[in-house]
Structure formats: C-alpha cells, structure tokens
Write a protein that binds this ligand. Structure first.
Ligand code: PNS
Length: 165
C-alpha cells in the first residue's frame, strides 16, 4: 500500500494544486492532502475553510483524503504511515526552497522520500498569493480557481471590507 502526502498551505487551492492532485493520485494507492494549520503564517482562510474547499474540489477522486496538520511534516507523515511526500515544482525560483525542505525532511526522517512533479505549463505562473491579490482587487478568478473557491474568495473579501463586486 503506497500512501503519499501532498502538503501545503492551500490558501486557497488553485488549478495549479489541482493539477498536481489529479496527476499524483493515480500514482499511489492513497493520496492525503495535508493542509498546514499554522496560524503564524496568517492565512486568509482558516484551516477549516481551506479543508472544506479542498474537499469540495476533490470530491470525485476516490483515493484522496484531506487532513489538516500542525507541527513537522515528517511527524504528520509518520502518523499517517506515509512514506512519500509529493510537491509541485513550477519554476527555478521554487527549486531552492524545495531542495532545502526535502533535504531537511530527509535528515529528520530518512525513510520518507520527496517526489517532485513539474507543474503543467498552463499553471506554471499561478500561485495562491497572486490569486488572493486578484481577488482583493475584484479581478476575474475563473482561469485560476474553481467557481466554489472564487465564490469563497469574493465572500471573504466582502467580510474583510474589500468588496469590489
Ligand atoms: O504551500 P506551502 O506554503 O509552500 O507549503 C509549505 C509546507 C506546508 C509544505 C511547509 O511549510 C511544511 O512542511 N511545514 C511544516 C513544518 C515543517 O515540517 N518544517 C520543516 C521542513 S522545512
């Protein structure tokens, strides 16, 4: 049984994340999308909201589970009995951070490997940060996130007093 973890902040989930989820869930028996709670990162969406959105957009994928976590990723992997971490690589700018993270995780837990999937070209520019910025200025989100996520972003911007539309 090969169980993998695809960890991230997912604040919010984008088509880029979904590309990695859709391509990697077929490679393993079970894919756990690990949602980092970490309030220190001051996420726009609470962990509960991010989990809810991920559950909605992955509801048709039979072997995908969405689970929030806090603390070290390797400890979460041990609790989940997962031996593989999956991360997406968009561009060379991601590489340094990803290399450092995978090597640190390997030092902490040599039995857990990190596997990288290069993001599909059409999403290589996309990040949650830019999506949040477009939402803050009332831009069209339809190319970047599913409608359920776009609706949640619009609602969130209104509750923050940044309602543009
Ligand atoms: O989507 P992100 O913000 O790039 O995801 C980063 C994440 C959640 C994978 C990373 O911050 C993480 O694993 N955090 C848990 C803490 C940890 O294990 N740190 C040591 C590895 S550097």
């Amino acid at each position: 049984m090969l169980r993998a973890i695809y960890p991230g902040s997912f604040d919010p989930v984008t088509y880029g994340h979904m590309d990695i989820i859709e391509r990697s869930h077929n490679l393993v028996d079970e894919l756990i999308v690990g949602v980092l709670c970490n309030k220190a990162k001051m996420p726009l969406f609470s962990a509960e909201e991010r989990v809810k959105m991920l559950k909605e957009v992955t509801k048709d994928l039979r072997n995908v589970r969405i689970i929030p976590f806090d603390g070290l990723l390797v400890d979460f992997a041990a609790r989940m009995e997962a031996k593989l971490i999956i991360r997406g690589l968009r561009a060379i700018t991601d590489f340094e951070y990803e290399l450092q993270m995978s090597q640190t995780n390997h030092k902490l837990e040599p039995n857990v490997e990190t596997m990288f999937l290069t993001t599909s070209i059409e999403y290589s520019y996309l990040s949650s940060t830019t999506v949040r910025e477009i939402a803050a200025f009332g831009g069209d989100l339809s190319q970047f996130v599913p409608e359920a996520v776009a609706a949640a972003l619009r609602k969130k911007m209104c509750t923050k007093g940044e309602c543009n539309k």
